[in-house]
Design a protein around this ligand. Structure first.
Ligand SMILES: [Zn+2]
Length: 275
């Protein structure tokens, strides 16, 4: 049942007659100092709504945990990056090994040319000095090329060794990141499950708490909760609204203390409850 505050008996009477929904109009002390919209009579008290808000704030917190966990569940950038480093290291090592095989093939080709030349040069089958000199020149040129290839091949072996080491390190890093990630995911899943269980309990408490509360009072509370970052009800301590820190006039604080109506803060509009 909803009560309205009217400035005069006539107004209350006319209004009661006109109100088809059967709202009960009551006449109270003239309230010329308080804007009418800030005081509404409900059976539901500000303390009831404050208790509901306590539950709702806890529900908001649990929902926040669940949303945060959902954002953090799944593979991380760190994991992607660690895996990418391994893939790059594997590709780089493959390239080096291919190059190494090409070198080995080139060396074998050269050896295949050098060996018969040496045989021909030293087995005495060639006696012509001009031909011998040409053979020697050709052999020297092949040997020079072979030496260069050997030097490049040695540098390549060193590169392959350091790339193999880098790959082993990258694989160890992936393993470390994955283990850490799996542990974190386990904790996050547990946190989410805990928050979901708590939310269910709080939902039950909320349903219990709002039993018997009027739709109008709940509507006002929900509307304010939506506009005031979840805090529709504010405590009044030493005459100050704890929602916006405004000092309230004495007649309002008295009404709040009596607790027979829902009084809203003239500045922040929150429902006020005696602190
Ligand atoms: Zn306020």
């Amino acid at each position: 049942m909803r009560f309205r505050l009217y400035g005069s008996l006539t107004e209350a009477y006319n209004s009661a007659r006109a109100d088809r929904r059967g709202m009960l109009a009551v006449h109270l002390i003239p309230n010329s100092f308080v804007p009418r919209s800030y005081c509404t009579f409900f059976m539901t008290s500000a303390a009831d709504l404050y208790a509901l808000q306590e539950i709702d704030l806890q529900r908001d917190a649990r929902r926040g945990i669940i949303a945060d966990v959902e954002l953090r569940l799944g593979e991380t950038d760190e994991l992607y990056e660690a895996r990418e480093i391994v893939e790059d290291s594997v590709a780089s090592l493959d390239r080096m090994r291919r190059r190494q095989r090409e070198f080995e093939a080139q060396l074998q080709d050269l050896d295949a040319k050098i060996l018969p030349l040496e045989t021909k040069l030293y087995d005495g089958s060639v006696r012509n000095p001009k031909e011998l000199t040409d053979l020697q020149k050709e052999l020297d040129s092949f040997k020079e090329r072979r030496q260069k290839l050997d030097e490049q091949g040695l540098a390549l072996i060193e590169n392959v060794e350091s790339a193999t080491k880098a790959l082993a390190e990258a694989r160890a890093e992936v393993e470390r990141v994955e283990t850490e990630w799996q542990n974190e995911q386990k904790h996050l899943t547990a946190d989410k499950a805990k928050a979901e269980t708590e939310l269910k309990t709080l939902d039950g408490q909320r349903n219990q708490r709002k039993k018997g509360m009027e739709a109008g009072a709940l509507g006002l509370y929900e509307q304010l909760r939506g506009n005031k970052q979840g805090r529709a009800v504010a405590r009044v301590e030493r005459g100050i609204c704890q929602g916006c820190r405004v000092t309230l006039p004495t007649h309002l604080t008295q009404r709040i203390r009596v607790g027979r109506e829902l009084v809203q803060c003239p500045r922040c509009e929150r429902i006020l409850v005696s602190g």
